[in-house]
Write a protein that binds this ligand. Structure first.
Ligand code: FA5
Length: 369
């Protein structure tokens, strides 16, 4: 019996090495491991054998079975790999043989060359699906709201001249208000105009007005940069959305109405809104807008620092000096502007407690949006 097992082993291994396709391999498997194979017959017959023989032959037969099964698996992998390589090398227009040894054309009547895949019966290789970053989703959602209110979306440069970021916005050199925006400066040669990474999207107010005659209604989404230590609510790179409307007879009531409608559309109809005085050199009067805290409903909690309100943006009526700078007559035209921090909106909307999560590239976090 042991000799018989040796003979099966040597035949099987010899034959295996010469197999060229998965079809041939399948025939081999049936021949050596199938129900009617000699090996299976030996294993089945063991029960009627004396104990000693059963032990000796049983051990060898099982060992051989494991060896053949292992060799079968390895050969199958090798043949599949070979088939893929051949497929890749095959020029368009040539017959491609599938790993099962049967051209797809024979199986399904579909020209294999057209399919360009080795075997249409194989499960597809999963294609990882991406998704939009939560910031991109929020930019689009907010822009959609303002577009519905009659605003156009424009974008501007992230590397900006001092002139647009500060000077034209009524913040001359050495003005203390420059300290409100910790600035990342770009190295320039002496005598060249000072250049920086924009600290807010407000420079686009000037750029838009320089190129347009009123009426103006734009929103400007984009990245801004500040030389700041990061913490749960501060990033050194974050997104803002600037808004600007200039026309005849625009008043603070238009500013309040527009922003109130925006907050209701983004955060829900039940949101309360609060406006308070604030200071920005390029608006007069200046305001900050807050909404009632959606976590505690205004009673006070950790998110709103116990105040019941969360500040979401700065805004105001465009300063007459800014209008004059772009040759708009402040006696004829008035306007409002606002600038909001986009990640803060996402944090409020989704209850995210740390702004740094947005840009730490952790897919477990990003996949939730
Ligand atoms: C400004 O940047 C003004 N340009 C806004 C403005 C525009 C006022 C037009 C008047 C008219 P401020 O520095 O407060 O203002 O920033 C605006 C918003 O950006 C803040 O309300 C906050 O939501 C967000 N923000 C500010 N600093 C950071 C930071 N480090 N990380 C994340 N978000 C920030």
């Amino acid at each position: 019996m042991i000799e018989k097992l040796d003979e099966i082993k040597s035949n099987a291994i010899d034959e295996l090495s010469s197999l060229q396709s998965i079809k041939e391999l399948e025939d081999w498997r049936v021949r050596y491991l199938g129900k009617k194979s000699a090996l299976t017959q030996i294993l089945r017959g063991l029960a009627s054998r004396p104990l000693e023989e059963r032990k000796a032959v049983g051990a060898s037969a099982n060992e051989l079975k494991s060896l053949l099964e292992r060799s079968h698996r390895q050969k199958k992998e090798a043949l599949k790999e070979k088939a893929y390589q051949e497929m890749e090398a095959a020029a368009v227009g040539k017959q491609i043989i599938s790993p099962t040894g049967i051209p797809s054309e024979e199986k399904f009547g579909i020209p294999t060359v057209f399919l360009g895949i080795p075997d249409v019966t194989l499960p597809g290789r999963p294609i990882p699906l991406g998704r939009l970053h939560p910031t991109t989703q929020m930019v689009r959602e907010i822009c959609d709201i303002f577009v519905a209110l009659g605003f156009q979306v424009v974008e501007g440069p992230e590397v900006e001249w001092d002139y647009y970021n500060f000077e034209a916005l009524n913040i001359p050199p050495d003005h203390p208000a420059r300290d409100m925006w910790a600035t990342l400066w770009i190295d320039t040669k002496s005598g060249e105009r000072p250049m920086l990474l924009r600290t807010h999207t407000s420079p686009m107010q000037i750029r838009v007005m320089e190129r347009t005659t009123p009426p103006v209604r734009v929103v400007v989404p984009g990245k801004v940069y500040r030389y700041e230590a990061t913490d749960a609510t501060h990033e050194s790179m974050f997104y803002q959305i600037e808004g600007l409307a200039v026309d005849k007879n625009i008043t603070l009531a238009d500013l309040k109405g527009t922003l109130y409608e925006f907050a209701r559309r983004l955060f829900g109809a039940e949101r309360k809104v609060r406006f308070r005085c604030d200071y920005f050199p390029f608006v007069e009067p200046g305001v900050e807008m807050a909404i009632d805290c959606m976590v505690c409903g205004g009673t006070g909690c950790r998110l709103c620092s116990g105040t019941g309100w969360i500040e979401i943006l700065g805004a105001g009526m465009v300063h007459p000096a800014v209008l004059r700078r772009v040759n708009y007559d402040p006696e004829i035209y008035t306007g409002f502007a606002f600038g909001l921090g986009l990640e803060r909106m996402s944090m409020l909307r989704y209850g995210v407690e740390d702004i740094r999560l947005f840009y730490s590239n952790d897919l477990r976090f990003l996949r939730q949006f």
